[in-house]
Design a protein around this ligand. Structure first.
Ligand code: ADE
Length: 237
């Protein structure tokens, strides 16, 4: 997976060098190239923004430096679509992550200030995505959210080959609770079934917990879902 990111704050992406994304970058399962629009300016102040036509607070990112940065990124990553991160975009979710993980790469465009000149969207953006109904100060964190969610789905990235499969949302349910040592802590004990070694009983308990939590916290998820045959069998056992 090839990630190209157009950003005024490339330093923020140091965070992607840690943890699961960091390991994917180290092992070549993903790559990350950063493009700073400021490097594509030709004035002494390296200007990338200006006041909005029509007035109003804040600044708007200018077309030229962004377009030049995008053009270089596109030349380096032919076939990658340009994704602009914006609260006006389509809502990103696990299904979108799965679809994106099947691609060879993507160019993530992170805006700052009040946004980018609409003419850049018209000429050079293929898709617009939002990570939720709130306003961030820039698209960088949204780009990193997408990179993280996509990278952990790439084959061979997670140590445990099926841990991505077992995650909440992969199967449309919230996760069951997890426990580790010690088995008794301040008077609270790990549920006996998890220490039983009975894998069928553990599977049944976990499914019930996942269903119960989903019913209590996210009933909307259950409306879109039916029990699989395997789940029905497990609950009947
Ligand atoms: N940029 C600012 N807010 C954002 C959001 N919620 N999602 C994606 N990009 C953003």
């Amino acid at each position: 997976m090839r990630f190209d990111v157009v950003t005024l704050f490339p330093e923020m992406f140091e965070a992607a060098r840690l943890g699961v994304t960091g390991k994917a970058l180290d092992t070549g399962k993903a790559s990350l190239k950063l493009w700073n629009p400021r490097d594509y300016t030709d004035d002494t102040h390296r200007t990338v923004d200006d006041r909005p036509y029509g007035g109003g607070p804040g600044m708007v990112m200018m077309v030229e430096p962004l377009k030049a940065a995008l053009q270089e990124a596109k030349a380096a990553a032919p076939g990658s679509r340009v994704i602009y991160l914006t609260p006006q975009g389509q809502r990103f979710d696990q299904m979108a992550a799965r679809e994106m993980a099947a691609r060879d790469g993507m160019i993530l465009l992170a805006g700052r200030y009040e946004g980018i000149d609409e003419r850049l969207v018209d000429c050079c953006v293929d898709e617009e995505w939002s990570i939720g109904d709130y306003v961030l100060s820039g698209g960088e964190l949204a780009a990193m959210v997408i990179m993280d969610a996509v990278t952990r789905l790439l084959p061979g990235v997670l140590g445990h080959e099926d841990s991505a499969q077992q995650d909440s949302y992969m199967n449309g349910l919230l996760d069951f609770p997890q426990y580790t040592r010690p088995d008794a802590l301040e008077g609270r004990e790990v549920p006996d079934v998890l220490l039983s070694g009975n894998h069928a009983a553990i599977g049944k308990w976990r499914l019930k917990q996942a269903l119960g939590r989903t019913w209590l916290r996210r009933p909307d998820l259950l409306e879109q879902r039916e029990l699989s045959e395997e789940e029905q069998r497990l609950l009947e056992e």
